[in-house]
Design a binder for this molecule. Structure first.
Ligand code: COA
Length: 435
Protein backbone atom coordinates (compact mmCIF):
# COMPACT_ATOMS: atom_id res chain seq x y z
CA UNK A 1 0.00 0.00 0.00
CA UNK A 2 1.65 3.18 -1.14
CA UNK A 3 0.53 6.76 -1.29
CA UNK A 4 3.06 8.89 -3.16
CA UNK A 5 3.79 12.49 -2.21
CA UNK A 6 2.18 14.67 -4.87
CA UNK A 7 3.05 18.18 -3.71
CA UNK A 8 4.47 19.94 -0.68
CA UNK A 9 3.09 22.24 1.99
CA UNK A 10 5.15 25.05 3.47
CA UNK A 11 5.14 25.67 7.18
CA UNK A 12 6.71 28.86 8.50
CA UNK A 13 7.66 28.46 12.17
CA UNK A 14 10.32 29.83 14.52
CA UNK A 15 12.04 31.73 11.74
CA UNK A 16 12.32 28.68 9.47
CA UNK A 17 10.30 27.50 6.50
CA UNK A 18 9.76 23.80 6.35
CA UNK A 19 8.60 21.91 3.26
CA UNK A 20 6.34 19.02 4.15
CA UNK A 21 5.28 16.30 1.71
CA UNK A 22 1.57 16.10 0.88
CA UNK A 23 0.23 12.56 0.50
CA UNK A 24 -2.89 11.95 -1.61
CA UNK A 25 -5.17 8.93 -1.32
CA UNK A 26 -6.95 7.24 -4.23
CA UNK A 27 -10.03 9.41 -3.59
CA UNK A 28 -7.81 12.53 -3.58
CA UNK A 29 -7.98 13.02 0.18
CA UNK A 30 -4.88 14.91 1.20
CA UNK A 31 -2.64 14.66 4.23
CA UNK A 32 0.33 16.80 5.19
CA UNK A 33 2.99 14.36 6.34
CA UNK A 34 4.45 15.83 9.54
CA UNK A 35 6.73 12.89 10.40
CA UNK A 36 9.79 15.18 10.24
CA UNK A 37 8.19 18.07 12.16
CA UNK A 38 9.54 17.37 15.64
CA UNK A 39 13.06 16.60 14.47
CA UNK A 40 13.25 19.76 12.39
CA UNK A 41 11.38 22.24 14.63
CA UNK A 42 11.09 20.67 18.10
CA UNK A 43 7.30 21.10 17.90
CA UNK A 44 4.54 18.50 17.68
CA UNK A 45 0.95 18.91 16.44
CA UNK A 46 -2.01 19.17 18.82
CA UNK A 47 -5.31 17.69 17.63
CA UNK A 48 -7.70 16.95 20.50
CA UNK A 49 -9.99 14.05 19.60
CA UNK A 50 -7.91 13.38 16.44
CA UNK A 51 -10.41 15.27 14.24
CA UNK A 52 -7.66 16.16 11.75
CA UNK A 53 -5.22 13.33 12.19
CA UNK A 54 -4.82 10.36 9.86
CA UNK A 55 -3.22 7.61 11.93
CA UNK A 56 -2.46 5.25 9.05
CA UNK A 57 -2.79 4.51 5.34
CA UNK A 58 -5.64 2.08 4.76
CA UNK A 59 -7.19 0.45 1.69
CA UNK A 60 -10.26 -0.94 3.48
CA UNK A 61 -13.03 1.65 3.78
CA UNK A 62 -13.65 5.00 2.15
CA UNK A 63 -16.04 7.46 3.66
CA UNK A 64 -16.90 11.00 2.71
CA UNK A 65 -18.90 12.55 5.49
CA UNK A 66 -19.84 15.65 3.50
CA UNK A 67 -21.40 13.64 0.66
CA UNK A 68 -22.71 10.76 2.80
CA UNK A 69 -20.58 8.16 0.96
CA UNK A 70 -19.49 4.88 2.54
CA UNK A 71 -17.73 2.15 0.55
CA UNK A 72 -16.04 -1.08 1.63
CA UNK A 73 -13.11 -1.88 -0.68
CA UNK A 74 -14.78 0.35 -3.30
CA UNK A 75 -18.27 -1.17 -3.09
CA UNK A 76 -21.08 1.23 -2.03
CA UNK A 77 -22.67 0.28 1.26
CA UNK A 78 -26.14 0.47 -0.34
CA UNK A 79 -25.23 -2.36 -2.77
CA UNK A 80 -23.66 -4.54 -0.09
CA UNK A 81 -26.65 -4.06 2.24
CA UNK A 82 -28.99 -5.05 -0.60
CA UNK A 83 -27.17 -8.03 -2.11
CA UNK A 84 -24.28 -9.37 -0.01
CA UNK A 85 -24.25 -11.84 2.86
CA UNK A 86 -22.39 -10.94 6.04
CA UNK A 87 -19.77 -13.64 5.37
CA UNK A 88 -19.12 -12.22 1.88
CA UNK A 89 -18.80 -8.74 3.38
CA UNK A 90 -16.41 -9.95 6.06
CA UNK A 91 -14.31 -11.75 3.44
CA UNK A 92 -14.30 -8.62 1.27
CA UNK A 93 -13.20 -6.37 4.12
CA UNK A 94 -10.48 -8.73 5.32
CA UNK A 95 -9.08 -10.03 2.03
CA UNK A 96 -9.81 -7.12 -0.32
CA UNK A 97 -12.05 -8.76 -2.93
CA UNK A 98 -15.45 -10.40 -3.12
CA UNK A 99 -14.95 -14.16 -2.84
CA UNK A 100 -15.73 -16.43 -5.80
CA UNK A 101 -18.15 -19.28 -5.05
CA UNK A 102 -15.43 -21.78 -4.10
CA UNK A 103 -13.67 -19.30 -1.81
CA UNK A 104 -16.92 -18.40 -0.06
CA UNK A 105 -17.86 -22.06 0.44
CA UNK A 106 -14.46 -22.79 1.89
CA UNK A 107 -14.62 -19.70 4.13
CA UNK A 108 -18.08 -20.51 5.53
CA UNK A 109 -17.23 -24.18 5.97
CA UNK A 110 -14.11 -23.24 7.95
CA UNK A 111 -16.22 -20.91 10.08
CA UNK A 112 -18.68 -23.73 10.74
CA UNK A 113 -15.78 -26.02 11.76
CA UNK A 114 -14.71 -23.52 14.40
CA UNK A 115 -18.06 -22.29 15.72
CA UNK A 116 -18.16 -24.57 18.79
CA UNK A 117 -16.42 -23.17 21.86
CA UNK A 118 -13.22 -24.83 23.09
CA UNK A 119 -13.55 -27.63 25.64
CA UNK A 120 -14.25 -26.23 29.11
CA UNK A 121 -15.09 -22.71 27.97
CA UNK A 122 -18.82 -23.16 28.57
CA UNK A 123 -18.11 -23.19 32.32
CA UNK A 124 -16.77 -19.65 32.01
CA UNK A 125 -20.34 -18.33 31.80
CA UNK A 126 -21.36 -20.10 35.03
CA UNK A 127 -19.07 -18.07 37.27
CA UNK A 128 -20.05 -14.52 36.40
CA UNK A 129 -21.85 -12.06 38.67
CA UNK A 130 -25.65 -12.04 38.23
CA UNK A 131 -26.84 -9.22 36.01
CA UNK A 132 -23.41 -8.60 34.44
CA UNK A 133 -23.69 -6.57 31.23
CA UNK A 134 -23.35 -8.71 28.06
CA UNK A 135 -20.58 -6.39 26.78
CA UNK A 136 -18.55 -7.16 29.90
CA UNK A 137 -19.04 -10.88 29.26
CA UNK A 138 -18.00 -10.51 25.63
CA UNK A 139 -14.98 -8.40 26.58
CA UNK A 140 -13.77 -10.96 29.13
CA UNK A 141 -14.62 -14.08 27.12
CA UNK A 142 -12.77 -12.88 24.02
CA UNK A 143 -9.67 -12.05 26.09
CA UNK A 144 -10.02 -15.48 27.77
CA UNK A 145 -9.91 -17.18 24.34
CA UNK A 146 -6.19 -16.37 24.32
CA UNK A 147 -5.84 -19.01 27.07
CA UNK A 148 -7.47 -21.65 24.87
CA UNK A 149 -5.32 -20.91 21.82
CA UNK A 150 -1.84 -20.18 23.22
CA UNK A 151 -0.31 -21.21 19.88
CA UNK A 152 -2.05 -18.20 18.27
CA UNK A 153 -0.85 -15.60 20.74
CA UNK A 154 2.79 -15.03 19.86
CA UNK A 155 3.79 -11.53 18.70
CA UNK A 156 4.69 -12.34 15.09
CA UNK A 157 1.97 -14.57 13.64
CA UNK A 158 2.55 -16.05 10.19
CA UNK A 159 0.02 -15.52 7.39
CA UNK A 160 -1.49 -18.93 8.13
CA UNK A 161 -1.75 -18.13 11.82
CA UNK A 162 -3.33 -14.77 11.01
CA UNK A 163 -5.97 -16.60 8.93
CA UNK A 164 -6.54 -19.07 11.71
CA UNK A 165 -7.00 -16.27 14.27
CA UNK A 166 -9.45 -14.48 11.97
CA UNK A 167 -11.54 -17.61 11.42
CA UNK A 168 -11.51 -18.50 15.12
CA UNK A 169 -12.71 -15.06 16.21
CA UNK A 170 -15.31 -14.72 13.44
CA UNK A 171 -16.67 -18.18 14.24
CA UNK A 172 -16.61 -18.06 18.03
CA UNK A 173 -17.73 -14.55 18.92
CA UNK A 174 -21.36 -15.18 17.75
CA UNK A 175 -21.37 -18.37 19.86
CA UNK A 176 -19.99 -16.49 22.87
CA UNK A 177 -22.64 -13.78 22.43
CA UNK A 178 -25.48 -16.29 22.20
CA UNK A 179 -24.23 -18.45 25.10
CA UNK A 180 -23.83 -15.34 27.24
CA UNK A 181 -27.48 -14.45 26.57
CA UNK A 182 -28.76 -17.98 27.26
CA UNK A 183 -26.68 -18.54 30.39
CA UNK A 184 -27.37 -15.02 31.68
CA UNK A 185 -31.10 -15.76 31.44
CA UNK A 186 -30.86 -19.21 33.02
CA UNK A 187 -31.59 -20.95 29.69
CA UNK A 188 -29.85 -24.05 28.31
CA UNK A 189 -27.34 -23.25 25.55
CA UNK A 190 -28.16 -24.16 21.95
CA UNK A 191 -25.11 -25.42 20.04
CA UNK A 192 -24.29 -23.95 16.60
CA UNK A 193 -25.63 -25.59 13.42
CA UNK A 194 -23.41 -26.17 10.38
CA UNK A 195 -26.20 -25.84 7.85
CA UNK A 196 -27.07 -22.24 8.78
CA UNK A 197 -25.26 -19.10 7.60
CA UNK A 198 -22.55 -18.49 10.24
CA UNK A 199 -23.20 -15.07 11.75
CA UNK A 200 -26.85 -14.40 10.94
CA UNK A 201 -29.13 -17.49 10.88
CA UNK A 202 -26.81 -19.54 13.10
CA UNK A 203 -26.56 -16.75 15.66
CA UNK A 204 -30.36 -16.33 15.78
CA UNK A 205 -30.71 -20.11 16.14
CA UNK A 206 -28.29 -20.16 19.08
CA UNK A 207 -30.15 -17.22 20.68
CA UNK A 208 -33.76 -18.31 20.23
CA UNK A 209 -33.79 -21.92 19.00
CA UNK A 210 -35.83 -23.34 16.09
CA UNK A 211 -38.30 -20.81 14.71
CA UNK A 212 -40.08 -21.78 11.48
CA UNK A 213 -41.59 -25.14 10.48
CA UNK A 214 -38.22 -26.14 8.95
CA UNK A 215 -36.48 -25.32 12.24
CA UNK A 216 -34.70 -22.37 10.69
CA UNK A 217 -34.95 -18.74 11.81
CA UNK A 218 -37.44 -16.54 9.97
CA UNK A 219 -36.03 -15.17 6.71
CA UNK A 220 -37.26 -11.63 7.37
CA UNK A 221 -35.50 -11.62 10.70
CA UNK A 222 -32.31 -13.08 9.22
CA UNK A 223 -32.29 -10.45 6.49
CA UNK A 224 -32.89 -7.60 8.96
CA UNK A 225 -29.96 -8.78 11.09
CA UNK A 226 -27.82 -9.27 7.96
CA UNK A 227 -28.36 -5.63 6.99
CA UNK A 228 -27.54 -4.36 10.47
CA UNK A 229 -24.33 -6.42 10.63
CA UNK A 230 -23.18 -5.31 7.17
CA UNK A 231 -23.90 -1.64 7.90
CA UNK A 232 -21.87 -1.87 11.10
CA UNK A 233 -19.05 -3.99 9.65
CA UNK A 234 -16.51 -1.21 9.21
CA UNK A 235 -16.19 2.54 9.57
CA UNK A 236 -12.51 3.25 9.08
CA UNK A 237 -10.59 4.74 12.03
CA UNK A 238 -13.44 5.00 14.57
CA UNK A 239 -12.79 4.81 18.32
CA UNK A 240 -12.94 1.00 18.65
CA UNK A 241 -11.02 0.24 15.44
CA UNK A 242 -8.32 2.73 16.41
CA UNK A 243 -8.20 0.96 19.79
CA UNK A 244 -7.74 -2.44 18.13
CA UNK A 245 -4.94 -1.00 16.01
CA UNK A 246 -3.28 0.76 18.95
CA UNK A 247 -3.38 -2.27 21.24
CA UNK A 248 -2.35 -4.57 18.37
CA UNK A 249 0.52 -2.22 17.52
CA UNK A 250 2.21 -3.24 20.78
CA UNK A 251 2.06 -6.78 19.33
CA UNK A 252 -0.38 -7.82 22.03
CA UNK A 253 -2.22 -10.87 20.72
CA UNK A 254 -5.34 -10.60 18.54
CA UNK A 255 -7.69 -11.85 21.27
CA UNK A 256 -6.88 -9.00 23.65
CA UNK A 257 -6.64 -6.50 20.80
CA UNK A 258 -10.19 -7.36 19.71
CA UNK A 259 -11.33 -7.46 23.32
CA UNK A 260 -10.00 -3.90 23.75
CA UNK A 261 -12.05 -2.86 20.72
CA UNK A 262 -15.11 -4.36 22.42
CA UNK A 263 -14.35 -2.24 25.50
CA UNK A 264 -14.10 0.94 23.42
CA UNK A 265 -17.30 0.11 21.56
CA UNK A 266 -19.29 -0.22 24.77
CA UNK A 267 -19.25 3.54 25.50
CA UNK A 268 -22.52 5.44 24.89
CA UNK A 269 -20.82 7.90 22.54
CA UNK A 270 -19.83 4.98 20.31
CA UNK A 271 -21.52 1.56 19.99
CA UNK A 272 -23.38 1.89 23.29
CA UNK A 273 -25.51 4.57 21.62
CA UNK A 274 -27.92 1.96 20.19
CA UNK A 275 -28.90 0.86 23.70
CA UNK A 276 -28.99 4.49 24.85
CA UNK A 277 -31.35 5.44 21.98
CA UNK A 278 -33.98 2.88 22.99
CA UNK A 279 -33.65 3.79 26.66
CA UNK A 280 -34.10 7.45 25.71
CA UNK A 281 -37.15 6.71 23.51
CA UNK A 282 -38.69 4.57 26.28
CA UNK A 283 -38.15 7.38 28.75
CA UNK A 284 -39.79 9.94 26.43
CA UNK A 285 -42.65 7.52 25.76
CA UNK A 286 -43.25 6.97 29.49
CA UNK A 287 -43.12 10.72 29.97
CA UNK A 288 -46.18 11.09 27.71
CA UNK A 289 -44.31 11.27 24.38
CA UNK A 290 -43.43 14.93 24.85
CA UNK A 291 -40.45 14.94 22.48
CA UNK A 292 -40.26 18.75 22.30
CA UNK A 293 -39.25 18.76 25.97
CA UNK A 294 -36.30 16.48 25.15
CA UNK A 295 -35.28 18.49 22.09
CA UNK A 296 -35.15 21.52 24.39
CA UNK A 297 -33.16 19.55 26.99
CA UNK A 298 -30.64 18.44 24.35
CA UNK A 299 -30.09 22.08 23.41
CA UNK A 300 -29.52 23.10 27.01
CA UNK A 301 -25.82 22.56 27.71
CA UNK A 302 -26.39 22.56 31.48
CA UNK A 303 -28.78 19.57 31.27
CA UNK A 304 -26.06 17.03 30.43
CA UNK A 305 -28.62 15.42 28.09
CA UNK A 306 -27.84 14.64 24.43
CA UNK A 307 -30.17 13.33 21.78
CA UNK A 308 -28.79 9.81 21.49
CA UNK A 309 -28.47 8.53 17.93
CA UNK A 310 -27.90 12.07 16.68
CA UNK A 311 -24.68 13.60 15.43
CA UNK A 312 -21.52 12.08 14.07
CA UNK A 313 -17.88 13.05 13.99
CA UNK A 314 -17.60 12.61 10.24
CA UNK A 315 -21.11 12.64 8.68
CA UNK A 316 -22.18 16.22 8.31
CA UNK A 317 -25.15 15.91 5.89
CA UNK A 318 -26.61 12.50 6.49
CA UNK A 319 -25.46 9.07 7.56
CA UNK A 320 -26.09 6.71 4.60
CA UNK A 321 -26.47 3.78 7.01
CA UNK A 322 -29.26 5.53 8.86
CA UNK A 323 -31.23 6.02 5.61
CA UNK A 324 -31.01 2.30 4.81
CA UNK A 325 -32.02 1.32 8.33
CA UNK A 326 -34.93 3.78 8.44
CA UNK A 327 -36.54 2.07 5.44
CA UNK A 328 -35.52 -1.40 6.67
CA UNK A 329 -37.23 -0.55 9.98
CA UNK A 330 -40.57 0.15 8.24
CA UNK A 331 -40.31 -3.08 6.19
CA UNK A 332 -39.33 -5.32 9.11
CA UNK A 333 -42.03 -4.04 11.43
CA UNK A 334 -44.65 -4.41 8.70
CA UNK A 335 -43.58 -7.95 7.73
CA UNK A 336 -43.46 -9.04 11.38
CA UNK A 337 -46.74 -7.30 12.13
CA UNK A 338 -45.17 -5.32 14.96
CA UNK A 339 -46.60 -1.91 15.87
CA UNK A 340 -43.96 -0.14 17.95
CA UNK A 341 -44.91 3.26 19.37
CA UNK A 342 -41.19 4.01 19.70
CA UNK A 343 -40.87 4.07 15.89
CA UNK A 344 -43.49 6.82 15.57
CA UNK A 345 -41.83 8.67 18.40
CA UNK A 346 -38.39 8.34 16.74
CA UNK A 347 -39.75 9.71 13.47
CA UNK A 348 -41.41 12.67 15.19
CA UNK A 349 -38.26 13.38 17.17
CA UNK A 350 -36.17 13.29 13.99
CA UNK A 351 -38.61 15.60 12.21
CA UNK A 352 -38.59 18.10 15.09
CA UNK A 353 -34.79 18.07 15.42
CA UNK A 354 -34.22 18.50 11.69
CA UNK A 355 -36.35 21.67 11.74
CA UNK A 356 -34.51 23.09 14.70
CA UNK A 357 -31.73 25.58 14.11
CA UNK A 358 -29.60 24.10 16.94
CA UNK A 359 -29.33 20.75 15.12
CA UNK A 360 -29.27 22.19 11.59
CA UNK A 361 -26.48 24.68 12.33
CA UNK A 362 -24.36 21.97 14.01
CA UNK A 363 -25.10 19.50 11.21
CA UNK A 364 -26.55 16.94 13.60
CA UNK A 365 -28.50 14.18 11.82
CA UNK A 366 -29.70 10.72 12.85
CA UNK A 367 -26.84 8.25 12.81
CA UNK A 368 -26.80 4.47 12.30
CA UNK A 369 -27.90 3.86 15.88
CA UNK A 370 -31.08 5.89 15.71
CA UNK A 371 -33.17 3.22 13.94
CA UNK A 372 -31.15 0.02 14.49
CA UNK A 373 -32.46 -0.41 18.05
CA UNK A 374 -36.08 -0.41 16.90
CA UNK A 375 -35.32 -3.23 14.45
CA UNK A 376 -33.39 -5.19 17.06
CA UNK A 377 -36.29 -4.84 19.52
CA UNK A 378 -38.73 -6.08 16.89
CA UNK A 379 -36.66 -9.20 16.23
CA UNK A 380 -36.45 -10.02 19.94
CA UNK A 381 -32.93 -8.90 20.89
CA UNK A 382 -32.90 -7.63 24.50
CA UNK A 383 -31.84 -3.98 24.84
CA UNK A 384 -28.67 -4.75 26.77
CA UNK A 385 -27.53 -7.01 23.88
CA UNK A 386 -27.76 -4.27 21.23
CA UNK A 387 -24.11 -3.25 21.50
CA UNK A 388 -23.13 -6.93 21.30
CA UNK A 389 -24.86 -7.04 17.90
CA UNK A 390 -22.86 -3.97 16.86
CA UNK A 391 -19.69 -5.83 17.95
CA UNK A 392 -20.66 -8.91 15.89
CA UNK A 393 -20.88 -6.66 12.83
CA UNK A 394 -17.79 -4.55 13.55
CA UNK A 395 -15.68 -7.65 14.19
CA UNK A 396 -15.01 -8.01 10.45
CA UNK A 397 -13.68 -4.45 10.30
CA UNK A 398 -11.53 -4.86 13.40
CA UNK A 399 -9.96 -8.02 11.97
CA UNK A 400 -9.44 -6.40 8.56
CA UNK A 401 -7.63 -3.45 10.17
CA UNK A 402 -5.61 -5.65 12.51
CA UNK A 403 -4.44 -7.77 9.57
CA UNK A 404 -3.74 -4.74 7.38
CA UNK A 405 -1.69 -3.15 10.15
CA UNK A 406 0.43 -6.26 10.75
CA UNK A 407 1.16 -6.49 7.04
CA UNK A 408 1.88 -2.77 6.48
CA UNK A 409 5.50 -1.96 5.68
CA UNK A 410 7.13 0.16 8.37
CA UNK A 411 4.43 -0.53 10.97
CA UNK A 412 5.52 0.44 14.47
CA UNK A 413 3.98 0.85 17.88
CA UNK A 414 1.38 3.64 18.16
CA UNK A 415 2.54 6.19 20.66
CA UNK A 416 1.11 9.74 20.53
CA UNK A 417 2.87 12.74 22.06
CA UNK A 418 1.34 15.27 24.43
CA UNK A 419 1.73 18.84 25.57
CA UNK A 420 2.40 18.79 29.29
CA UNK A 421 0.41 21.37 31.28
CA UNK A 422 1.22 20.35 34.86
CA UNK A 423 3.57 21.84 37.45
CA UNK A 424 7.12 22.60 36.54
CA UNK A 425 9.80 20.98 38.74
CA UNK A 426 9.02 21.03 42.47
CA UNK A 427 11.00 19.96 45.50
CA UNK A 428 9.74 16.94 47.48
CA UNK A 429 8.62 17.88 51.01
CA UNK A 430 8.65 15.01 53.57
CA UNK A 431 5.22 14.21 55.08
CA UNK A 432 6.10 15.54 58.55
CA UNK A 433 6.93 18.96 57.12
CA UNK A 434 3.81 19.36 54.97
CA UNK A 435 1.66 20.82 57.74
N1 COA B 1 -27.39 16.16 21.10
C1 COA B 1 -27.22 17.47 21.37
N2 COA B 1 -26.14 18.19 21.02
C2 COA B 1 -25.16 17.56 20.36
C3 COA B 1 -25.25 16.19 20.04
C4 COA B 1 -26.42 15.49 20.42
N3 COA B 1 -26.55 14.19 20.16
N4 COA B 1 -24.13 15.80 19.37
C5 COA B 1 -23.36 16.89 19.29
N5 COA B 1 -23.98 17.97 19.88
C6 COA B 1 -23.49 19.35 19.93
C7 COA B 1 -22.37 19.51 20.94
O1 COA B 1 -22.88 19.88 22.20
C8 COA B 1 -21.55 20.60 20.30
O2 COA B 1 -22.22 21.84 20.49
P1 COA B 1 -21.36 23.21 20.65
O3 COA B 1 -20.61 23.36 19.33
O4 COA B 1 -22.38 24.27 20.90
O5 COA B 1 -20.43 22.98 21.81
C9 COA B 1 -21.64 20.30 18.80
O6 COA B 1 -22.90 19.62 18.64
C10 COA B 1 -20.51 19.42 18.28
O7 COA B 1 -20.46 18.25 19.11
P2 COA B 1 -19.15 17.47 19.51
O8 COA B 1 -19.41 16.70 20.76
O9 COA B 1 -17.98 18.40 19.48
O10 COA B 1 -19.03 16.48 18.28
P3 COA B 1 -18.12 15.20 18.23
O11 COA B 1 -17.75 15.04 16.81
O12 COA B 1 -17.03 15.28 19.23
O13 COA B 1 -19.08 14.03 18.73
C11 COA B 1 -20.72 12.33 18.73
C12 COA B 1 -19.76 13.17 17.87
C13 COA B 1 -21.32 11.22 17.88
C14 COA B 1 -19.94 11.69 19.89
C15 COA B 1 -21.82 13.27 19.29
O14 COA B 1 -22.56 13.82 18.22
C16 COA B 1 -22.76 12.53 20.27
O15 COA B 1 -22.47 12.51 21.46
N6 COA B 1 -23.89 11.94 19.77
C17 COA B 1 -24.77 11.18 20.61
C18 COA B 1 -24.20 9.79 20.82
C19 COA B 1 -24.33 8.92 19.57
O16 COA B 1 -25.38 8.85 18.95
N7 COA B 1 -23.23 8.22 19.25
C20 COA B 1 -23.21 7.25 18.14
C21 COA B 1 -22.29 7.67 17.04
S1 COA B 1 -22.45 6.57 15.66
Amino acid sequence: MEAPATETAKLAFAGKTLELPVIAGTEQEKAIDIAALRDKTGAVTLDLGFGNTASCLSAITFLDGERGVLRYRGFPIEQLAEYATYSETAYLLIYGNLPVKRELEQFTSRLADRSGLPEGMEDFFDHLPKGIHPMAVLFSAVAALSGYYPELTHPNPTREEIDSIILTLLAQIPTIAAYSYRKGNGLPVIPPRRDLSPTTANFLHMMFGPAGADGKPDEVVVSALRKILILHADHEQNCSTSTVRLVGSSRANAFVSISSGIGALWGPLHGGANQAVIEMLEKIHKDGGNFSKYVALAKDKTSGFRLMGFGHRVYKNFDPRSRILKSSCDQVLERLGVRDPLLDLAKRLEEAALKDDYFVSRKLYPNVDFYSGIILRAIGIPTDQFTVIFALGRLAGWLAHWREMLESPGFRIGRPRQIYTGSTERRFVPLAQRG
